[in-house]
Design a protein around this ligand. Structure first.
Ligand code: ATP
Length: 324
């Protein structure tokens, strides 16, 4: 549904130096998928969004939505394609002097819908986002979460095929974040949308995404379904998805991080850990992510016997790394 091929964007920098913001991105998000894009500041996330909405022309490579490449479209066709992409932002930017209903109706007015059509569609949309009966409220009378609901309704007004969400919950508290992510999943389920979420919060990825891409200096550092990346134990995304607090080991001891996925029975792992001589478990988690059981344990062992302990643990099929 969303297909990026060899996407490259180079900006002219200061002193004639070039800034490579995107360096050959290949990415496919299937119809109905919720895909997360994560990466540090400057990784290229905003540039990616601007290329997807054709606000920015790629230096090379293609962006295609539903098989239609954006480059080479005429002005009219491009406008039509843009309407197939709804945008949800961190700061909703509602028109303060207009009611929630008028804000949602705005893109419908621009698209030339009649008054009757607008009223009916706005009612449906407010209902869809859980704001039935709140259409007459002004933005100042709405909570942050309710404003974001209005923003989502507005983004859905033109019946897009794709919803691009740029840090949709960064300004919200954790309860409201969970509700808004639940809503995004719900509209995906009901309307069959394809959703791309740019976020710096792994909690968002865990909660709502089916798949995820880590961008690093304009390149894809890692990409896959949540189950795949969570099971790729030593990887950056696996560590970020299932993270443990760092805790330095005492002198003469080292910490081994033991990671495993559903293929290895938890009981067997725990038995192997318990059998290690003079072992202590300092932290750990065993949970189900995208239907796959994943576990991570930090075990502290004497330095002198650490290599032997690691070998014994690996023998049961787990991934073991010494951590600082
Ligand atoms: N218009 C521009 N002109 C020159 N350089 C740019 C421009 N826009 C972005 N860049 C550079 O491209 C790189 C990627 O920037 P981008 O804003 O896409 O990253 P980001 O991952 O969205 O970061 P953040 O999370 O801070 O928004 C950075 O090095 C940035 O300085």
């Amino acid at each position: 549904m969303i297909s990026l091929t060899g996407l490259r964007k180079v900006y002219p920098g200061r002193g004639g130096q070039q800034v490579v913001a995107l360096d050959g991105i290949d990415l496919d998000v299937p119809r109905g998928g919720v895909h997360g894009i994560v990466g540090e500041s400057g990784a290229g996330k905003s540039t990616l969004i601007r290329c997807l909405t054709a606000l920015e022309q790629p230096t090379s490579g293609t962006v295609a939505i539903d098989g239609v490449a954006l480059s080479g479209l005429g002005e009219r066709e491009l406008r039509r394609q843009r309407r197939r992409i709804g945008m949800v932002f961190q700061h909703v930017n509602l028109l303060d002097g207009r009611t929630a209903a008028q804000n949602v109706a705005y893109p419908l007015r621009v698209a030339g819908a009649s008054r009757g059509e607008r009223a009916e569609r706005v009612r449906e949309l407010l209902d869809l986002v859980g704001l039935a009966g709140r259409g007459d409220a002004y933005p100042s009378q709405l909570s942050g979460g309710q404003k974001q609901r209005v923003g989502i309704a507005r983004a859905l007004a033109a019946e897009p095929a794709v919803l691009l969400c740029d840090e949709p919950t960064s300004a919200l508290d954790s309860d409201t974040t969970r509700q808004i992510l639940g809503l995004i999943r719900d509209v995906r389920d009901r309307l069959g949308l394809t959703v791309l979420i740019i976020t710096h919060e792994m909690g968002v990825v865990r909660e709502v995404c089916d798949s995820v891409t880590l961008l690093d200096r304009g390149r894809v550092a890692q990409s896959g379904s949540i189950a795949e990346v969570a099971g790729d134990h030593g990887s950056r995304l696996a560590r970020a998805l299932v993270s443990l607090p760092p805790e330095p080991a005492a002198a003469g001891r080292v910490t081994l991080e033991v990671s495993f996925a559903g293929e290895v029975p938890t009981g067997r792992v725990l038995a192997a850990v318990a059998a290690v001589e003079d072992v202590d478990v300092s932290s750990g988690t065993i949970e189900t992510l995208a239907g796959r059981r994943v576990g991570r344990l930090r075990v502290v062992v004497p330095s002198a016997t650490a290599a032997d302990a690691a070998a014994r643990l690996r023998a049961v099929g787990v991934h073991v790394e010494e951590v600082a």
